[in-house]
Each structure stands twice: as structure tokens, then as C-alpha cells.
Design a protein around this ligand. Structure first.
Ligand code: ADP
Length: 505
């Protein structure tokens, strides 16, 4: 609707010649620039003698109509600039904060013009197509007169403005002008406060852009961890939590804007329960990079330059974000130590510092630490908010085991008469894990190959495609695998001394 945006000029704050004007009266009845030569002199003196302006110059500056002060700032109004006008800067900024959603580009410079008479506050921004927009920071409507037509600018609404528009704030008229009556570039410092956020803002823009670009990369990245949540049996609650805590924040960052996310997780439970498996699936589902270290990597390879290595690891994770860092056997580095273990202390502190950085920056980097021995972890880690969420991963129940069975037999031929119910009950009693179920299915498959003479044929090189096509894993193959497993488990399970209950059975 609006055309002729107020254009940006260069030479902001550059002194230029003062044009002498006559005393003029604005339509609002205020006196225009009274004696610019006098003002010029006074300000120059005050700049030499004092840091601020003298009382006289302040009084003179007060005489400059607000519309001319505003127009003077408009002469160098750029994308990323914001001008606030009102009685009190803190109040104006507070109102602007509430209306920050109306600003569609990053604010790099801020200006404040104090004005006692306006009867409200206004914000001005330059939008990305070069138009100047006014934001009504007041809780009341204000009229905007353009081409003799009056529009109502609702509270907390923005509108394009062009030269000759008039805003009426609580009865005070403010005309939008492209240029002030006279060049006042020398005095901008005296009637406005300027704030430069450019460096900080640019750094943040870079960060946001990197996040965006990395999301583009996700769609073209070769998937190195093709495990999906569908291939993780049981663990439904954990899957649901990880979706809410990690996958959705990565997929829909806009929905989590301003939310403080938890970036550190501890998964604990017996070996083989799927902690690594679910972390891989998580990275894949989230379209994130997966960096995995085990206890040995962390403990031995990194000794000496450990702190630098941790820093490099995290900075790589940040560069490639979204990233899941998986620290298996975390107790290897984060175990409770005695007071003399200075080296261990340093590593733990370093990890916590790096995690704090990720929390502060709200990076898409999530650290999943896994351990079979939660109690062995240093309380500096477990109690800190840095690893704020702890999930116990227990051996699966019957239905969980059934799911893991199905996952592991999906691409194998199983005889339709096979009934696994009894097997599942026995495995639940034995507290079998997902890894155990995978082992049993593999063993049953091998048993079947022995039974059908397939290994023998392979050995004799008489194996043909027809042998494979006719092969099925039978109930007997599973039964044997199960009894071998239970026997092995009994042989290897060490019972604590005095553990009477099992001895009796
Ligand atoms: P952990 O990290 O807890 O020691 P892993 O994730 O390394 O256990 O488990 C070893 C293997 O066992 C996995 O690669 C996977 O094949 C199988 N497994 C374990 N738990 C599950 C599960 N819940 N669903 C499917 N497979 C599982």
C-alpha cells in the first residue's frame, strides 16, 4: 500500500555545515530551531569543556521539534536499526520487548530520543524491503493521517509510514519527514542515545544461519546409522521421552524458541539392554550426526591431551549440529574419585564446562552418557543440571522381548508352527536382554543350518540356491538355542556369598 520509503543516507554523525534558518513555528505551535549558530557554538564549547552538553545547549536541544530529531535519524536509517521515542528509555525498551515479534529482522543498532511531550511511545524500524515501519508501543489506538485519510493504528500494531504522514499520539502530532529543517547530524549525539549491537548480533545471525544450513545438509547427508525406532523393541517410554526431549526440538526448533532445553542425558542399566542401539536410532530419527566414544577411547587414547580433545570433540559436534554425542561406559571417565585424582577432576570439570556452554548457547548438541553402573558415577556429574535427565534401561518384559524377536527374525524364514510364548516366559525369568534375544535368534539360525546340513554343503561346495530357499528355522532350533543360553547363563552367573534363595532352588 505504501510507497516511497524513507531512504538511507550515509555519513551518520559526520559534522557538516549548519544552515542558518529563521525562527519558524510548526503546525503544533512549537518553536523551530531558534538560533542554530548559537546552538552550534554552545555545543562545540560544551564538547570541548565537558563530556555532556551544558544547561543552555540542553534547553536549546529541547527546542528542536521531535519530528526534526526523528528526521535527522531517518537520514541514516538502515536495515537492522531501531528508533525508540518516549519519556523513559527503560519503559520504551520494555514495550518494544513485548512487541519484538513485529520485527522480522535482527536489530543491530538502537537509538533512543527522549521526549516529554509525546504522551506515549513509538518504535521505528526499517524492514527488509526498505520501508520504514512505526510500531504503536502504547496500550491505546493512535490515528495515522496519510493523504488526508485517517487510519487507526491499534495498540501493538505496526504500519508503514512515508514522508508527510502524521501520527497523533495522545493529541500530539508527529510528522514523518524525510529530512529535518536543517542539517543536525552534528547534534544527534546530543538529542539521542545510540547503541551498537552489530558485532553481537552478527555472531548470533551466523549461529542461526549455521543451524539452518545444517538442516539443509541433513536432507542430503548419507545415512551412516540406519537404525530406526521401529528396530528397537520395547523401551516405549524411553522412545517417547527422547522424542520430546531431543527429536522434536531438532525437527521443530521454532516451536521450542526461548525454551531451555536439557542437553545431557544418562542412560543406565545392564549391558545389552539397548542403550547404544537406541542412541543410534535416536540420531537417525533426528537426522543428527552421531559421535560415539567408548570407555576405552575416553580413558586411554585421550590421556595427556584429554582436555583439548574434549574441547575439539564438542566443537566438532557444534559445527556439525544437530549432533548426538554418545559416551558409552561413561563411568570410565566420570567415576567417583578420591580427592587425589586431579586428572579425573580436570576431565569431569572440562565436560561440565563444555556442557554448560551448550546449555547457554542452546546448541542442537545432545550428550547421551551410558553406564552399567550408575552408582559409580561422580556426583558432580549426576547431581549437576548439566546431565539433568536420567533414564533406567531395564531388560525387556515379555512383550518387549516378543518385539525384539520379531525385529531379529524379520528377514529370516521361521517355520509357521514356531510358538515362542514359553521361550519368552523363560527369558523374562532369566532377565534376558535385547542382546540376548539377538544371540538366541542367531544361534537358532545356526542350529537350523547344522540340522539341514547346510554348513556341510557349504564346506563341500555343494550348496545351491534351492537349499537356502527351502530352509526354515524350526521350534527345535529355537529350543536348543534357548537351553544353551540358559545353561551358559547359569554357568557364568556368579552368585554373591550367602545368597541363599537361589541356592535352595
Ligand atoms: P548396551 O549399550 O545397553 O550395552 P546395546 O545397544 O549395545 O546394549 O545392545 C547390543 C545389541 O542388542 C544391539 O545392537 C541390538 O542388536 C540388540 N538389542 C539390545 N536391546 C535391544 C532392543 N531393545 N531392541 C532391539 N534390539 C536390541
Amino acid at each position: 500500500m505504501r510507497i516511497n520509503p524513507i531512504t538511507a543516507r550515509t555519513n551518520y554523525y559526520s559534522p557538516s555545515a549548519i544552515t542558518k534558518t529563521k525562527n519558524e513555528v510548526t503546525p503544533e505551535g512549537r518553536t523551530d530551531l531558534t538560533d542554530l549558530n548559537h546552538l552550534n557554538l554552545t555545543c562545540n564549547q560544551s564538547m570541548v569543556n565537558f563530556k555532556g552538553t551544558t544547561e543552555i545547549s540542553r534547553a536549546l536541544i529541547r527546542q528542536i521539534p521531535l519530528e526534526d530529531k526523528l528526521a535527522s535519524l531517518f537520514q541514516n536509517f538502515k536495515l537492522g536499526d531501531m528508533i525508540l521515542i518516549g519519556k523513559n528509555m527503560h519503559e520504551c525498551a520494555k514495550e518494544m520487548y513485548k512487541n519484538a515479534g513485529l520485527v522480522k529482522n535482527a536489530i543491530k543498532r538502537g537509538f533512543f530520543i527522549p521526549d516529554e511531550n509525546l504522551g506515549g511511545s513509538l518504535g521505528f524500524i526499517k524492514n527488509s524491503i526498505g520501508d520504514t515501519e512505526v510500531i504503536n508501543l502504547n496500550d491505546f489506538e493512535i490515528p495515522l493521517i496519510t493523504n488526508n485519510k485517517t487510519y487507526s493504528l491499534k495498540a501493538h500494531e505496526s504500519f508503514y509510514v512515508v514522508p508527510e504522514d502524521i501520527l497523533s499520539v495522545d493529541g500530539n502530532l508527529l510528522k514523518i519527514k524525510e529530512e529535518p529543517k536543517t542539517d543536525m547530524s552534528m547534534y544527534r549525539k546530543n538529542f539521542s542515545k545510540a547503541f551498537d549491537f552489530e558485532k553481537e548480533t552478527n555472531q548470533n545471525i551466523e549461529k542461526i544461519n549455521k543451524k539452518t544450513i545444517s538442516r539443509l545438509m541433513q536432507t542430503s547427508r548419507k545415512n551412516s546409522t540406519p537404525v530406526t525406532f521401529a528396530q528397537v523393541g520395547g523401551l516405549q517410554e524411553l522412545k517417547d521421552s527422547l522424542k520430546k526431549d531431543i527429536i522434536y526440538p531438532i525437527r521443530y526448533p521454532e516451536a521450542y524458541e526461548g525454551m531451555e532445553l536439557n542437553h545431557g542425558f544418562i542412560l543406565y542399566g545392564p549391558p545389552g539392554t539397548g542403550k547404544t542401539h537406541i542412541a543410534r536410532a535416536l540420531a537417525n530419527e533426528a537426522g543428527a550426526n552421531f559421535i560415539s566414544l567408548n570407555g576405552l577411547d575416553m580413558e586411554s587414547k585421550w590421556v595427556g591431551e584429554s582436555e583439548a580433545n574434549w574441547r575439539n570433540l564438542f566443537s566438532e559436534a557444534k559445527e556439525k549440529q544437530p549432533t548426538i554425542i554418545f559416551l558409552d561406559e561413561f563411568d570410565a571417565v566420570a567415576r567417583k574419585r578420591d580427592s587425589r585424582d586431579v586428572y579425573g577432576d580436570k576431565v569431569v570439570n572440562q565436560i561440565l564446562t563444555l556442557m554448560t556452554d551448550i546449555d547457554n548457547e542452546n546448541d542442537d548438541v545432545f550428550v547421551i552418557a551410558a553406564t552399567n553402573n550408575f552408582k559409580a558415577l561422580d556426583s558432580a556429574i549426576t547431581r549437576s543440571g548439566r546431565f539433568g535427565k536420567h533414564y533406567e534401561v531395564t531388560p525387556p518384559d515379555k512383550e518387549g522381548l516378543r518385539e525384539i524377536f520379531k525385529i531379529n527374525t524379520k528377514n529370516r524364514k521361521v517355520d509357521e508352527d514356531v510358538n515362542i510364548d514359553k521361550m519368552l516366559d523363560k527369558l523374562v525369568d532369566a532377565k534376558a536382554t535385547g542382546a540376548d534375544m539377538r544371540h538366541i535368534v542367531n544361534e537358532a539360525h545356526n542350529n537350523g543350518f547344522v540340522r539341514a546340513g547346510i554348513f556341510e554343503k557349504m564346506e563341500n561346495q555343494t550348496y545351491t540356491g534351492a537349499d537356502g530357499a527351502n530352509f526354515k528355522i524350526t521350534q527345535a532350533d529355537f529350543d536348543k538355542a534357548l537351553s544353551d543360553f540358559l545353561k551358559d547363563k547359569k554357568d557364568t552367573s556368579r552368585k554373591p556369598i550367602g545368597f541363599i534363595k537361589n541356592q535352595a532352588s
